[in-house]
Design a protein around this ligand. Structure first.
Ligand code: MF3
Ligand code: CO
Length: 303
């Protein structure tokens, strides 16, 4: 799903730039005044056998600008859902709102027709882990928890984030699951540092969930995002500090752990080969943010 033209990509990633060439990042600056030291640093770290991002994963200033425009829509849609979501609403209504708002603002809901996904948004309720199908048969009732996962395309730029909502009177232990999952994402974000490693984030997320008696789904994770819906790296939460991909400035990815109240196990329903549920039928929660690694730290692009 990541590079449509691998030959061109690999040539691009190994091209040598001369000092006075324009930099590959599109800044317009000379290579020696732009990404030359960056490339040298990456090369050194790659020689230590760390996984490093290719140039195709490093967002240029122009791409970042477009992705932020896309994220404005994504955040506005989630803000609106947050205001109106309530007991008695169907998840099909949420799907309609997402489609209408996104298209009115000039965007395209990224899930729609993505690998055959038939809706504009994923709505995952209670023991649904992710990729829940909106339906006029799913009426939100008091005690439900729901994840609304929105993704937007604007001018070819992708944004992706999701939030949890507690409907009416939610069991305190289920509320705690939702809260701890949010904290996992916040702690994961704090662990994102330029020239650190993706595993720093993964372990921070992991430790907070397990310390609180919860588990994290192994098979499904976050992903690089921005120029495509799903790019490298794959983002898991069972990795160790100091391992996994180097967090080079310009790398953009999601943090979106699925935290289970019970066991880690999940299954995909045969009914549509999309919707994912917990094996033990206990609830699962997920929050998702889209982050950019910067020279100084990290920035949340969509939430
Ligand atoms: N927004 C989901 C994610 O976080 C995308 C799921 S694929 C879809 O990656 F087709 F279901 F939208
Ligand atoms: Co995502």
């Amino acid at each position: 799903m990541t590079g449509k033209n691998p030959t061109r990509k690999s040539v691009f990633m190994s091209i040598k730039f001369k000092d006075d060439d324009p930099c590959w990042c599109g800044s317009g600056k000379m290579y020696c005044n732009c990404h030359k030291t960056f490339d040298q640093k990456i090369k050194k770290i790659r020689l230590l056998l760390h996984k490093v991002p290719g140039r195709n994963l490093i967002k240029t200033p122009e791409q970042i600008k477009r992705i932020k425009e896309s994220a404005k829509i994504n955040v506005a849609v989630l803000d609106y859902i947050q205001d109106v979501i309530k007991e008695g609403m169907t998840t099909a209504e949420i799907d309609r709102i997402v489609y209408d708002m996104t298209t009115k603002m000039g965007g395209i809901p990224a899930p729609l027709n993505y690998e055959g996904f038939p809706f504009s948004v994923c709505t995952s309720v209670n023991d649904q882990v992710c990729h829940g199908f909106p339906s006029d048969k799913v009426v939100l009732k008091s005690g439900d928890i729901i994840n609304v996962d929105c993704s937007t395309i604007l001018n070819g730029a992708y944004s992706d984030s999701s939030r949890m909502f507690c409907i009416g009177d939610v069991d305190p232990e289920v509320r705690r699951l939702v809260q701890i999952t949010k904290e996992c994402v916040e702690l994961g974000f704090k662990a994102v540092k330029p020239w650190g490693f993706l595993g720093d984030m993964g372990q921070a997320v992991h430790d907070h969930a397990y310390k609180n008696g919860f588990t994290i789904v192994r098979e499904i994770g976050g992903h690089g995002v921005g120029n495509e819906f799903h790019e490298d790296p794959w983002v898991g939460y069972h990795t160790k500090r100091g391992t996994d991909m180097l967090l080079a400035p310009g790398l953009m990815f999601t943090i979106e752990p699925m935290v289970n109240m019970g066991k880690e196990g999940i299954f995909i329903t045969d009914e549509n080969d999309w919707e994912v549920y917990t094996d033990d039928g206990l609830p699962s929660a997920q929050w998702e943010i889209q982050v950019l690694v910067t020279e100084e730290g990290a920035e949340i692009i969509s939430w």
